[in-house]
Design a binder for this molecule. Sequence first.
Ligand code: FHN
Length: 460
Amino acid sequence: MNKLLQIIAVCMLLFNFGCESKVKKGSKDSEEKSVVRLSDDERMEWWRDARFGMFIHWGAYAIPGGERNGEVCKGGAEWVMDKLDYTIEDYEKEVTAKFNPVKFDADAWVKMAQDAGMKYIVLTSKHHDGFCLWDSEITDYDVMEASPFKRDIVKELSEACKKADMRFCLYHSIVDWHHPQAQAPLFPNYNAGQKDQTVVNPEFPKYYENYLKPMVGELLTKYDNVDVIWFDGDWIADYTTEMGKDFYSYIRSVKPNVIVNNRVDKGRNGMEGMDKEGEFAGDFGTPEQEIPATGIDSDWEACMTMNGSWGYKPSDKNWKSDTKLIQNLVDIVSKGGNFLLNIGPDAQGLFPQESIDRLKSIGEWTKANSEAIYGAKASPFARPEWGRYTSKSGVVYAHVFDWPKDGRLVLDASIKIKSASLLSTPTSELLVNTDDNGVSIQVPVSAPDRSASVIKIIVE
Ligand code: FHN
């Protein structure tokens, strides 16, 4: 009997049964080993097709909403710590220690993004105030230890995205006003390092190596569906191009197919969106609150607020109209970019009603016109006076913002039209006229859509 047991034991060892080092099917180890390193074009493919994403600026700064003792801060409310002169201790006590957004519902957020036609969500895991929205092993200044909320927000949103087949991405600030080795000692002007590039914290390299870098590693391993890391705060002199390049290759070594924005390095000219000439790390440019005048022959994403603030700021009533936001989306796609539209949820975890209303009407438009946006490319034709063109192979989409009063839509003469129809009613073909004055399409008297009516043109 003993002999039989010995033989079984030897066999088990030989065939690795029950051996701990064996990679179990479906385990994390096996996933890591089976990751195929995609080419850059393959890696960027989903992002290029997606065209439209939701930026979410959320943190404890939603509590003051840009106001302190009756004073309203200028600009974004997420800057309140710097703008309204909180000491670190005051901010911890008056802001983060009160963060308890009990109405936060990750599934509801994802649904609103999805209904609006957005294909990815970028959540602020840490903004410049340094407060972390996940359960971190690296710091106590997180939602679990420093706030009464004690729910891992990154985890809840990551899981909600997984369930809904929504791409999940994280914004992460290089600047940190709370960490003593970053810029914190500069109270009351935490942002001094942006204006004066001689202002540095000599300890910053330690913050980079022992805090910032492992933190992003933690996010990438703890939440396995992070598809983009969106950096910000690259402008301080403490952060160097060597760090940027090291950071980029570290991130790709942890997760080979993740996409990283250009603010991981120091390629931008000041606060400009696109990189200057040179060798810089990063996969896409980041124009902010602006749309480039013309198309750009590289990947880019314009991020924009709906009012003037990234973080929740109830005093800011300067909301862009739904038409403006829809036309911005079209404008951006017609120039080959992506649109990352921001929401600043309130201190309870709810989207502002003004944002909800806009998301709803954007969603109605994207649903009806999805074909002309997702996977669409920049137009090869000059920008028409009445709107924009987007294109796909063999098709040009005319997005008409200003509907012609005479019922005659004049097109670029170089478009060789096979047929044209309204995207909303594809069965009724529109009459095409080609004469000495160029090419035009006969359109109905009134615009089918008040924001942008789309005409699908099959080309030769
Ligand atoms: O300072 C931030 C700002 O608060 C916000 O996060 C935007 C989003 O792109 N970026 C910074 C300024 O460039």
